[in-house]
Design a protein around this ligand. Structure first.
Ligand SMILES: [Zn+2]
Length: 276
């Protein structure tokens, strides 16, 4: 592994961590960037340290440009941002809580067992495009963001930013993550807390044009690149394994859904089955 820039704080991207090492780093950093708590981050090795630390794209950039000093990083590693708010609303530790999951102002609830587990918020033809993971009372997030045609732009795996276009901007303030493209257009917005997830912007479409567009208070189902039905102001209080599923049985007759979903959009013949 090479230092990213020789003259700046010796921050090294940790590219070969095992899942166990990543899990330990998440726990030590309280599941967020040590500077701002962002639940989307990369793993780095700080100078003279063998344990990895979670840093979001914005604060990694500031460390590399020496806007943030190496000593500030050492301080933050001793007291990560999220450690200071574990008793604040939205972040308190409760492994038995019900998590409110709102996508385009449509609401479902995620129930986790104390041992952890997953909730599939958005599932499209076998791909998990937005998933919550419960770990030690915290939530971490996996998602795959696409453009309007279904080309993958961003891949996040349990918080780790694995793929992103260069020059895209990530900001996380209080509890809201916003991602903007090079033209500063908003591509993703979500409140991400331990007891509430509120997704209001993003494209989650597969390479065939099937999926969901989340826009403000609406979730729009897409089939073969065409707009289908949309969901607005719906609440499903029951217990479900997932929120929104799009299942194109014509194209994927062999697939089985991984549990019950609150909202299912299933194509069986020619574009039927979409809900309002
Ligand atoms: Zn940060």
């Amino acid at each position: 592994m090479q230092p990213i820039e020789a003259h700046k704080p010796d921050l090294t991207l940790a590219t070969d961590l095992t899942n166990q090492q990543k899990s330990e780093a998440r726990q030590q950093c309280f599941y967020g960037c040590v500077f701002c708590g962002s639940p989307v981050f990369r793993y780095y090795f700080p100078p003279d340290s063998l344990s990895a630390v979670l840093i979001c794209p914005l604060h990694a950039k500031q460390l590399r440009s020496a806007l943030l000093s190496a000593s500030t990083l050492v301080e933050r590693m001793k007291q990560p941002f999220n450690q200071q708010r574990i008793n604040k609303p939205g972040f308190s530790f409760d492994p038995n809580r019900r998590v409110q999951v709102s996508v385009g102002m449509n609401t479902v609830y995620a129930d986790f067992v104390p041992g952890g587990g997953e909730q599939y918020c958005i599932w499209v033809n076998g791909q998990e495009l937005f998933t919550l993971h419960s770990e030690s009372g915290w939530l971490c997030f996996s998602f795959v963001l696409s453009d309007t045609t279904g080309q993958v732009l961003i891949r996040v795996e349990k918080g780790e930013l694995q793929l992103s276009p260069d020059q895209w901007e990530y900001s996380y303030e209080v509890n809201t993550l916003k991602i903007r493209d090079q033209q500063r257009r908003l591509q993703f917005t979500a409140q991400l807390c331990n007891d509430r997830v509120l997704l209001t912007k993003g494209n989650f479409i597969d390479s065939f044009g099937d999926g969901f567009v989340v826009e403000g208070n609406r979730v729009i189902a897409m089939l073969d690149g065409q707009k289908g039905g949309q969901y607005m102001h719906r609440i499903e209080p029951g217990r479900y394994k997932g929120g929104w599923a799009l299942f194109n049985k014509i194209r994927h007759p062999e697939l089985v859904m991984p549990g019950n979903f609150a909202f299912v959009c299933a194509a069986k013949r020619k574009y039927p089955g979409t809900e309002r």
